[in-house]
Structure formats: structure tokens, C-alpha cells
Write a protein that binds this ligand. Structure first.
Ligand code: HEM
Length: 401
């Protein structure tokens, strides 16, 4: 038996597809891994096994209290922000209360008008392009993709346009996890509580007001927690979806038509990314509520199972032709599956923001091209979210709108 695989290291950055293939070959569909500090977990890479785990929220629970490793986890464990204990957000809520909470979020997002959403996305995308279009070159990830989704989400949720830029900086600082992270988180949290207080006093036609009015009677604390999830879980993967799709379109000739106005081809590139290069590679996670068997492994009560979304997307058992289940097929795991999957209206909002963001780039910078060799592009060093550190592009300078 080969040793458990560390869930870290440069190969998640440089060649994840090959790494998942090797894990499957050496360990099977349910691979033993170790997290920081030698903490054991299972990585579920099999499509069928992942279906089983995400489809049975009682046996494979979202309740992190069940974890049999808590006595080994130090207070400064680097993964605590992601695999937390007693976190009151929707992510760790289970059963009926989770269903009510997911309904609150879904209903609040569902009521967003598609045309209004599209017009906010176009407006903010145009503003960001205005800031770079006379230069003839830019990093389209750092100066565009990483600034767009949060701006649109802040507006939909109920923040004013003046607050937008401050929230963008705060969220990106928090995600960055460096010295400004805590200040960013504090700014976001205080802005959210202020917005809640304002909308309790005077409701408006926005997501927060609808969450406050929900029949489930959630507290301000619960709604603020969920807004934080909707902001953070919404922004980064959508930004990476834009960046990874633009990279594909600029480097792979199968998608060259998308650069010359082929709108179907933009949708194809975005779908291909969800199958082959998905923003959410691995997700933490589920906890076994009793001893069980999974993919031939003996899983014990309290074991942590990580969802290997990219691994399952490329499982040869479902990808028998080796490549395309893609082209319009959306049976991938990139938004999760089952009760705790990304809510459907959230997926739609993400899709409109990402597609509009890409289309505005192509409309405004029609001869956009890579400014560096494709093989010099690098990814952030994370086994969780996959995105580019930068995407340098050049184009003929065009006037501000
Ligand atoms: C507007 C953008 C988005 C919003 C507001 C949003 C919101 C959420 C929320 C609230 C959850 C928690 C659901 C629950 O626990 O019941 C969630 C989960 C998730 N979201 Fe999203 N999301 C967005 C975009 C995306 C994108 C672009 C991706 C990937 C391409 C993504 C992938 C996921 C995944 C994988 C999960 C976890 C599923 C699981 O644990 O099984 N989301 N999202």
C-alpha cells in the first residue's frame, strides 16, 4: 500500500490532471490524503463515489462537529478558515434548517431581474476596461477578472456604488490571506451589519431586503454570515471562471472563433473550463456520521471526506472517450451536487457575470492577444481553487467609452 498523498505541493499548481490520474491509479476512487500538520482525510475522486457522498447528506454530513480529528487541530491551523468548527453559516448547517436557509438564499437571488443583472455587469465591466483600454496592454486577471464579480454582487445585494471599490479591495485582501486579510474581513463584516441595519429600517428591492423578509425568521447574525459566504464563495470562483476561460480562448485554437464574435464558442469555452480546468478543484467537505464503506475503503465515523470535483469530472469511468462529455453537457461536478451544492440561482448569476465579463472584453478589445508565451502562465499554489496569478494581454489601444 502506497503512502497517503499530501494535499499540497507544486503539482496542484503545475499538473493537477496528471496528479489526479496518478492518485486514482495508485489508490483508487477514494484516495487517502494528508492535510497540513499530517491530518488524515479522504479525497473522493470517483464520479460515482462523489455522487454517493453528495447525494446522502445524513451519512455524509456537512456538520464539522463530527470530525474525529479536532483534538489534533491547533488553534493556528492554516486550514481553519475553510474547515471550521462551530461556524454558524449555511455551509455547516444541516437538515431542515439548512433547507430553509438554502431556500432563503435561492429565493432572494431568484428575484434578481436578468436584464438588471446583465446591465450592472456591463456597466462595471465597461468601467474596468475604460481604466486600461488606452494602455495597449494589461493583466486582464489582476485588473479585470479579480475586480468584476464582487462589484456586481455588492450592487445586487444592496450596497451603493460608492461602497463598491472599498468592498472589492477588502474581499481581495481577505482572500489573499496576507497582512491585510484581517482588516479586509473586518471592513466587510462591518459593512454587512450596517447594510442589514439600514434595510431593517428601510427595505429596498435588493437581495438583503429579501433575506430579511424571509419567513424563516433568520437573525441578523445568520444573514450576515450567509452574505459573507455569498460574497466570498461567489466572487473568487466566478473571477477564476472568467480568467480560465479567457486563457483557454487565447491559447487553444479550438476556441479561436470566440475571439472573432462566435458567441456559441464563448459558451463552449466556459463549459469546457468547468469540465477540464474548473475553479473549484477540491471542496471541504463532508464528515461520515457512522462507519461505512465507500469505493472499497473502510471509512470510519467522523472521518473527513474532501470532494474531488476536478478528479471526478475527469474520471475515465464516465469519460470513456478520453475527452469530450463537454460541448453543452453540464453533468460535471463543478458546482457540487445534492442539497449542499451551489444554489441554482447562484449558478445562474455567476454564469451571467462571467459571460458578460468575457463578452465585454472581446467587444472592447477585439484584437486581444497573449503578451507572454502560453507556457509561462502560472496558477496560484492551491489545491482548492484554481486560477491564474496573472494573464498579461496586449491589444490596439482604444478610446475610453
Ligand atoms: C454569484 C456567484 C455565486 C454565489 C452567490 C455562490 C453561492 C454559494 C453558496 C451560498 C454555497 C453554499 C451552499 C450550501 O451549503 O447549501 C455555494 C456552494 C458551492 N459553490 Fe457557489 N456560488 C457562486 C458561484 C460559484 C461558482 C462560479 C462556482 C464554480 C464554478 C461555485 C461552486 C460551488 C461549490 C463547488 C459549492 C460547494 C458544494 C458542496 O459543498 O457540495 N459557486 N455557493
Amino acid at each position: 500500500m502506497t503512502a497517503p498523498v499530501p494535499l499540497s505541493g507544486p503539482r496542484f499548481q503545475t499538473e493537477p490532471a496528471r496528479l489526479y490520474r496518478e492518485m486514482r491509479r495508485d489508490h483508487g476512487a477514494v484516495t487517502p490524503v494528508v492535510l497540513d500538520g499530517d491530518i488524515p482525510a479522504w479525497l473522493v475522486l470517483g464520479y460515482r463515489e462523489l455522487h454517493q457522498v453528495t447525494g446522502d447528506p445524513v451519512l455524509f454530513s456537512r456538520d464539522s462537529e463530527l470530525w474525529n480529528q479536532w483534538d489534533r487541530i491547533p488553534d493556528d491551523w492554516p486550514l481553519l478558515p475553510m474547515i471550521g468548527r462551530k461556524q454558524p453559516s449555511i455551509l455547516y448547517t444541516v437538515g431542515e434548517r439548512h433547507r430553509e436557509r438554502a431556500a432563503m438564499i435561492s429565493e432572494a437571488l431568484e428575484a434578481v431581474s436578468p436584464s438588471e443583472l446583465r446591465s450592472y455587469a456591463e456597466k462595471f465591466a465597461d468601467e474596468l476596461i475604460d481604466a486600461v483600454c488606452a494602455e495597449g496592454e494589461t493583466d486582464i486577471v489582476g485588473n479585470y477578472a479579480m475586480l468584476l464579480p464582487v462589484r456586481v454582487l455588492a450592487r445586487l445585494y444592496g450596497f451603493s456604488d460608492e461602497q463598491g471599490p472599498g468592498l472589492v479591495t477588502a474581499l481581495n485582501d481577505m482572500i489573499d490571506g496576507r497582512e491585510r486579510a484581517i482588516a479586509g474581513q473586518t471592513h466587510l463584516a462591518s459593512s454587512m451589519f450596517q447594510l442589514l441595519a439600514d434595510r431593517r429600517a428601510e427595505p429596498a428591492d435588493d437581495v438583503v431586503s429579501r433575506m430579511l423578509a424571509h419567513r424563516g425568521g433568520f437573525t441578523d447574525e445568520e444573514i450576515a454570515q450567509d452574505l459573507m459566504v455569498m460574497m466570498a464563495a461567489g466572487h473568487q470562483p466566478t473571477a477564476d471562471w472568467i480568467g480560465n476561460s479567457l486563457r483557454l480562448m487565447l491559447t487553444d485554437e479550438r476556441f479561436a472563433a470566440s475571439l472573432f464574435g462566435g458567441r456559441n464558442s464563448v459558451a463552449d469555452a466556459m463549459n469546457e473550463v468547468l469540465w477540464e480546468d474548473t475553479p473549484t478543484q477540491n471542496v471541504a467537505g463532508r464528515w461520515a456520521s457512522r462507519d461505512t464503506q465507500l469505493g472499497g475503503r473502510r471509512v470510519r465515523a467522523g472521518d473527513l471526506l474532501l470532494l474531488g470535483l476536478q478528479g471526478a469530472n475527469s474520471d475515465p469511468q464516465v469519460r470513456t472517450d478520453g475527452s469530450t462529455l463537454t460541448g453543452g453537457n453540464s453533468a460535471h461536478f463543478s458546482f457540487g451536487h445534492g442539497e449542499h451544492r451551489c444554489p441554482f440561482p447562484a449558478q445562474e448569476v455567476a454564469e451571467v457575470i462571467a459571460r458578460t465579463g468575457i463578452e465585454v472584453v472581446l467587444d472592447r478589445l477585439p484584437d486581444i492577444d497573449l503578451a507572454v508565451p502560453a507556457d509561462s502562465l502560472t496558477r496560484r499554489p492551491s489545491p482548492w481553487l484554481r486560477g491564474l496569478t496573472a494573464l498579461p494581454v496586449r491589444f490596439t489601444p482604444v478610446p475610453v467609452l
